[in-house]
Structures are given as structure tokens and as C-alpha cells.
Design a protein around this ligand. Structure first.
Ligand SMILES: [Zn+2]
Length: 501
């Protein structure tokens, strides 16, 4: 490949060192099983990514389904602040003209400044999947890229299965890139479509291609070898200036490269400026927001942004964490908008005063065509006093929560500032249906923050009550509520409590 071709970068050194962040959540990421975004969801995700400050948002494949075409039609409703929009599609069909290709027509109709064209770079796929000649595949790439550049589009060329193709037939894989660049592609994306490449190979191959490429080199990794983020970071070290990935690592099979971990790693550990100033601190909240739009559980162990990413079991290390938080975290959690959590252990919390204790509760669950309704009667002791309270709710846990609050409100006015924000149930051993253990995680909040309590029992109501009572007790501690009478120091079962500090 010759330097300074039509798609050559040119310009100053500083310009070259800018790594472009290209998000493919709405196209490749949405191939994940269980991820089904409506057009409205897609617009919300796009807005969140734009607000975070990624450079390119790939909106979808307008030639493949009407939903993606509708997304592009409505994308103009958004006020784009940072990102440019890309539409994705394949090169023209074999032995057909570019003017006679519905997919290319749909790509143009999407009206995006960037068009991403995917073409075959592995001889095996040209021979067996495309079933055409290798020369025709090169012509398909060249014709399609030229067609889009002639229409004024910036063309990103995704070289499908590039790493496998490079290993099988290096000359042909590079010829495919040459064809794209000669026709005007300004970015050549080396795709690890099967996700099998390991970091040393990724770095070596990217460096070899980048050394002679006449266009910006990019990468697109899948996580089938658990190396997608590592490969992406290594690729940038090897000269890649464009990285594709998906929010929270969404994608089919084992997922795409997690764009958020790539951004955090490159910014915090490699000194690249990828997002606009100040936006890295929005990483954790953006990750969580997109998980909500995607209606997928947010993985607590997700690097950098997960709620447990900086959680350390306290006890032995608690005082050291308080003194030197940097000694127990690889980066400052605040840099990515996350917080350091400490898991309290029984020993610490065992000295809590007892604000109330349970004598008994009784539940009535009424199910009818019109509505489900539950009623709870809770008998409590607060100091020397006995309290009976009734609560109603849409389910048994809601009714218990209402009864508990009603019973305690006269003693602890601070309760009015504490509310439930989340309730999750998990069966810990689903194989033994009759003896399954149920774990309830219940998140409560006050005006300052939130905390999660856990109840475990073979009965879902018992587990819920434990989590509920602990959540209220801990909220009263946070609120500085005065316990009744003399301190009794009876341990609560708060051994499974996490708190956001
Ligand atoms: Zn992919």
C-alpha cells in the first residue's frame, strides 16, 4: 500500500495519536441473546453514548431490517453533541452492479456521514461462504467503497475474519485492504470475527499491517478467548487508531470487546485522550444506564464500572482501606465515576443496638382476577413496648414493609426518609426444587445513598423479612436514630450488607 492515498490521513502527529472510539452496541452488540432494543431504546442508548463522548455510534444495518432503517430516519430527532453516526452494510453482491444492490441503496438512504462496509478478508470465506472468485471479491470491495466515497461518505472498511485470513493467506488479506484503500476507504478495521486471537498475535499482526498501511488502522475484537479488551489495548500499542467495541461487552456468543474497559484502560493507563475532558467520570453511570435500557442485569463484577469492581471484604483490611484507598484499588474508582465499597462483616455490625425485634408476623395473600392484594400483621417489640401493625400491599413483601414501617413510625420518624429501591430474588440451587434456597437482595435508600441487605432462607417470605428488617435497621443507624432504652447490643444478621460510601 502506498502512503498518502485518497484515504490517507496526513496531518500533524498529534492528530495521528488520537484513537477513535467507535461504538457498535446498536448493531453488533444487539446480537446478544436476550437483548432486544426497540427503536426508542436504540435512540436512548445512542443519546447516552453521544453524551459520554464516543466518536462514532454505529446505528445498525439499514439493509437488514426495517427497525434499523427507522432508527436512522429518527436519529435526526437527537441533538448530537459528540458522535457521528455510521450505517453498516455489506459490500455489493457477486456479479452485480453497485447500482443494482438494495443493501447499498439502503445504506445511502440512511443519510449518515459514515458508512461502514464489511467485506471478506479470509480466502476460506470467499471460497466457501461467498462462493465466488477471489478476484471478484476484490472487485466487490473496491466497487462498493468507491460508490460510497463518490457519494461523499467517509468509508470505514471492516475486514471480516482478518486475523484468520492473515494467518491463512497473508497476501490475499492485505490485497483486500489495498483494494479498499485504493477505492477511498479512510479506515481499515481488522476484525477478529471468531474471537479466537490471543494478545501477542493481535499486537504483532496489527503492528505489521499498521507499518505499511496508507490509511488509519482499526480493530474489532470478539471475546471468545476472553481477550477482546486485552487485544484492543495491545492493538493500540501496535499502532491501531480506531477501536470498535460495545457497551458492557454486549454481543453474540461471548460478546464484543467491552468498550468501557477499553476506554478506561487506554485513558488511565496509556495516557490517551479518548473522551471529551471530564467525561470519563460518567463511565460507570453510562454503563448502568445502558444496562437499564437494554433490560439486562448489570454485572456487579464488570471491570471499572461494576458495583463490586472496587469492593473489598472488610475486616482485616478495613482500616488500611480507609487510610490508603489506593493500596487496594488498581485505579481511583472516582476517575470512572465508581465508588469504593466495603463489605461489612458480622464482627463490625454485631455491636449495633436493637431498634426493634420481631415477635411474629402473619400474611394473607389474596389472588383474584381483578387484582392481587396482600395483608400483613406484624407484632414487634420496641424496647419494653409491644406493637401490632397492619400493612397492605400488592405482594407479601410490600405488605410486610408497610406493616413494619407503620409499627415503627411513631418511634423513629427518620423512617419516612428511607425507601425501598430494588428487590431481587434468586433461587440458589434450582435443581432441588423442594429444598431450594432463596436469596433475597433488597436495596434501600435515603437522601445520601443506598445500601443492600440480603436474606437467605428456604422460604421466600422469611428471606424477604430478614432483608427488610436489616435494611430498616441499617437505615436507622445511618439516620442516627436513638435506640429505645438501654443499649442491648444484640447482633442483627447484617453479615451480608453492602453499602455505597
Ligand atoms: Zn463483530
Amino acid at each position: 500500500m502506498s502512503a498518502g492515498g485518497p484515504g490517507g490521513l496526513g496531518g500533524a502527529e498529534e492528530q495521528l495519536s488520537k484513537v477513535e472510539i467507535y461504538d457498535t452496541t446498536l448493531r453488533d452488540g444487539s446480537q446478544q441473546v436476550g437483548l432486544d432494543l426497540t427503536v426508542a431504546d436504540k435512540l436512548r442508548v445512542a443519546a447516552a453514548l453521544d453524551a459520554l463522548g464516543v466518536d462514532v455510534v454505529e446505528g445498525g444495518w439499514p439493509g437488514s431490517n426495517p427497525k434499523d432503517a427507522e432508527f436512522f430516519a429518527r436519529a435526526g430527532e437527537l441533538e448530537w453533541k459528540n458522535a457521528q453516526l455510521a450505517a453498516f452494510g455489506a459490500t455489493r453482491l457477486p456479479r452485480r452492479g453497485v447500482d443494482d444492490d438494495a443493501n447499498l441503496a439502503a445504506l445511502l438512504a440512511a443519510g449518515t456521514p459514515i458508512v461502514t462496509l464489511v467485506g471478506k478478508a479470509w480466502t476460506l470465506h470467499v471460497d466457501e461462504a461467498l462462493r465466488t472468485t477471489r478476484e471478484e471479491n476484490l472487485a466487490m470491495v473496491a466497487d462498493s467503497v468507491a460508490y460510497m466515497t463518490a457519494a461523499g461518505r467517509r468509508v470505514v472498511f471492516d475486514a471480516e475474519h482478518f486475523f484468520d485470513g492473515y494467518r491463512a493467506d497473508r497476501g490475499y488479506a492485505l490485497a483486500v485492504l489495498d483494494a479498499a484503500v485504493a477505492a477511498g476507504a479512510d479506515t481499515l478495521v481488522l476484525c477478529d470475527t471468531n474471537g479466537g486471537t490471543l494478545p501477542d498475535d493481535a499486537a504483532r499482526i496489527v503492528a505489521q499491517v499498521a507499518a505499511s498501511a496508507a490509511a488509519r488502522v482499526g480493530v474489532h475484537f470478539h471475546n471468545d478467548s476472553a481477550c477482546a479488551v486485552a487485544n484492543s489495548v495491545m492493538a493500540v500499542s501496535g499502532g491501531a487508531l480506531h477501536v470498535q467495541g460495545a457497551a458492557n461487552g454486549y454481543g453474540e456468543r461471548c460478546g464484543n470487546a467491552d468498550l468501557f474497559a477499553i476506554i478506561a484502560g487506554l485513558e488511565l493507563k496509556r495516557g490517551h485522550e479518548l473522551l471529551p475532558p471530564g467525561r470519563l467520570a460518567e463511565l460507570a453511570s453510562t454503563a448502568r444506564t445502558i444496562a437499564e435500557f437494554a433490560n439486562l442485569p448489570f454485572e456487579a463484577r464488570q471491570p471499572y464500572v461494576g458495583s463490586s469492581a472496587f469492593a473489598t471484604k472488610a475486616g482485616l483490611h478495613a482500616s488500611a482501606i480507609a487510610r490508603r484507598p489506593d493500596a487496594y484499588a488498581h485505579v481511583d474508582p472516582g476517575a470512572v465515576g465508581n465508588r469504593q465499597h466495603v463489605l461489612l462483616v458480622r464482627k463490625i455490625v454485631g455491636a449495633l443496638p436493637e431498634w426493634f425485634s420481631l415477635d411474629s408476623y402473619r400474611l394473607m395473600i389474596e389472588r383474584s382476577a381483578a387484582e392481587d392484594r396482600s395483608e400483613a400483621i406484624v407484632r414487634l417489640r420496641v424496647g419494653d413496648e409491644r406493637v401490632v401493625a397492619v400493612g397492605e400491599g400488592v405482594g407479601p413483601v410490600h405488605a410486610l414493609d408497610q406493616a413494619l414501617r407503620r409499627g415503627l413510625s411513631g418511634f423513629y420518624p427518620a423512617l419516612s426518609g428511607i425507601h425501598l429501591v430494588d428487590y431481587k430474588v434468586r433461587i440458589l440451587d434450582g435443581r432441588a426444587a423442594t429444598s431450594a434456597v432463596t436469596r433475597v437482595m433488597l436495596t434501600s435508600a435515603d437522601s445520601v445513598g443506598e445500601w443492600t441487605t440480603v436474606g437467605v432462607s428456604d422460604d421466600i417470605v422469611t428471606a424477604s423479612w430478614e432483608a427488610l428488617a436489616d435494611g430498616v435497621a441499617y437505615g436507622l443507624l445511618r439516620a442516627g436514630a436513638e435506640p429505645p432504652g438501654a443499649q442491648q447490643d444484640v447482633p442483627l444478621h447484617l453479615d451480608n450488607l453492602t453499602e455505597k460510601v
